[in-house]
Ligand binder design. Structure first.
Ligand code: NAD
Length: 424
């Protein structure tokens, strides 16, 4: 019988949510007691203080984290988030989901995640660069191509990955592109990585709509979040012939039943940074956006936006979780009862990002680079395999699709831990 002696270190709503999901999955597959807590709780975490010089010559100290949830199935893998709402508990929950996601996709990685408590929009470009470099400098002894490999997430991008790779390389005294993924192509980034998460979301939406006998041409799509993932998902779904009827960011939502011009909206955001005052449709709130009548709803911003109230009011046929953890544990119970809505759970839906990150890491280690078609083709093969395994598990055990995906992810991690045994 195992018994965890757990501190309040990770205490937060989102970590509790990830733990409740784990407990449900562990019960569903009768995971032996003596392996549960070892599989559930993060293996290691690091908190760092990040002093940077501001443009006005004062010094501000930011706080950052890196959590390695599991290092027993390969190096840790997971993005770095720059957001004012970051907490150690949130980073731990995101790291836990990375473990299940990598495992489900069959990638030779464990799960990890990083975060800095900062609103990047309030920093100048120079301040942001100093903070990104300082963060890498502090976590450098804790990570590495065969230990833990970061990538972009909310509030970070490929330029910042380039700075971080440069800082790490300077730290060890040689070029080391494989230490982060999602880098600029010129620094060893992979073709297709920037669009990989959105392209993967769009591919799975297309495949699930096929299963539901709904043509993608003309399907109506609503997307919350218009950053890397939301923007690329919109582009890829438009290319499949779907109609994007609403998009949003933290400032506003834009609704246009005739179809939002995605390229125009992306060009607007490139110059204005936000969707506010974009004239391609009528403004709506994020709450109104989530309740729109549509074929597919894609939350692609923050976690815990689909609450029980929102779940009860959803008017989509397919909910495609591009964001990590967008649906609360209690909202999930409501979705389970709604036969009118199919769900693509986050650990499957947004796995395209980490899959192409894996391809980038492989290319860096081999110094042998692939073209975009090869990357995309391989991405869809891995996603198709993961989808098939989820559908098989769902049918076999009569699980919800989330439970099917999570149990598959958890099983492999638990099996690796059991096989390795306990040292000392
Ligand atoms: P991003 O920073 O590029 O974009 C985030 C978008 O969400 C922005 O448009 C922002 O304005 C919007 N947003 C923020 N707060 C909001 C709010 N309260 N209401 C509505 N919109 C809001 O981040 P991203 O990389 O696109 O990540 C989005 C989500 O996808 C996150 O949950 C992230 O963990 C997940 N994800 C990202 C990747 C990746 O490769 N970048 C991979 C897998 C999962």
């Amino acid at each position: 019988m195992s018994k965890a002696i757990v501190s309040s270190l990770y205490d937060s709503d989102v970590f509790k949510m990830a733990c409740r999901q784990f407990d449900l999955a562990a019960d569903a597959i009768n995971l032996p007691e003596d392996i549960r807590d070892r599989t559930k709780y993060p293996q290691r975490c690091l908190a760092v203080a990040l002093p940077i010089k501001r443009d006005n010559e004062t010094v501000t100290v930011f706080e950052g984290y890196r959590v390695q949830h599991n290092l027993h199935t390969g190096p840790g893998k997971g993005g770095i988030r720059f957001h004012p709402g970051v907490t150690l508990g949130e980073v731990a929950a995101l790291a836990m989901w990375m473990s299940w996601k990598c495992s489900l996709a069959g990638l030779p990685y464990g799960g990890a995640k990083g975060g800095v408590i900062v609103d990047p929009r309030l920093l100048s470009a120079g301040e942001l660069e100093r903070l990104a470099r300082r963060y890498m400098q502090e976590i450098a002894p804790f990570i590495g191509p065969h230990i833990d490999v970061p990538a972009p997430d909310l509030g970070t991008n490929e330029t910042m990955m380039g700075w971080m790779m440069d800082t790490y390389s300077s730290h060890i005294g040689r070029n080391e592109p494989a230490v982060v993924t999602g880098k600029p192509i010129a620094l060893g980034g992979s073709q297709g990585r920037r669009e990989a998460t959105g392209a993967g979301v769009a591919y799975l939406v297309k495949r699930y709509l096929e299963d539901m006998n709904i043509p993608i041409a003309g399907a109506t799509i609503v997307i919350q979040g218009f950053g890397n993932v939301g923007g690329e998902t919109a582009l890829a779904l438009s290319a499949y012939g779907a109609k994007i009827i609403a998009v949003s960011d933290y400032t506003t939502g834009i609704y246009n039943r005739g179809g939002v011009d995605v390229k125009k909206a992306l060009a607007y955001v490139q110059t204005q940074r936000v969707l506010q005052d974009f004239d391609g449709g009528e403004p709506i709130t994020n709450a109104q956006l989530l309740a729109l009548d549509c074929t597919v709803l894609v939350p692609a911003a923050l976690e815990r936006v689909i609450t029980p109230e929102v779940a009860a009011g959803l008017r989509c046929r397919l909910l495609a979780e591009a964001a990590n953890g967008p649906t609360t544990f209690d909202a999930d119970k409501i979705l389970d009862q709604r036969d009118d809505i199919e769900l693509i759970p986050d650990v499957l839906c947004n796995a395209g990002g980490v899959i192409v990150s894996y391809f980038e890491w492989l290319q860096n280690l081999q110094n042998f680079y692939w073209d975009r078609d090869e990357v995309m083709q391989k991405l869809f093969v891995v996603l198709e395999r993961a989808k098939n395994s989820v559908e098989y598990q769902k049918r076999k055990f009569k699980f919800s699709r989330r439970l099917a995906a999570q149990t598959l992810g958890i099983q492999r991690v638990a099996e690796a831990k059991r096989s390795r045994g306990l040292s000392a």
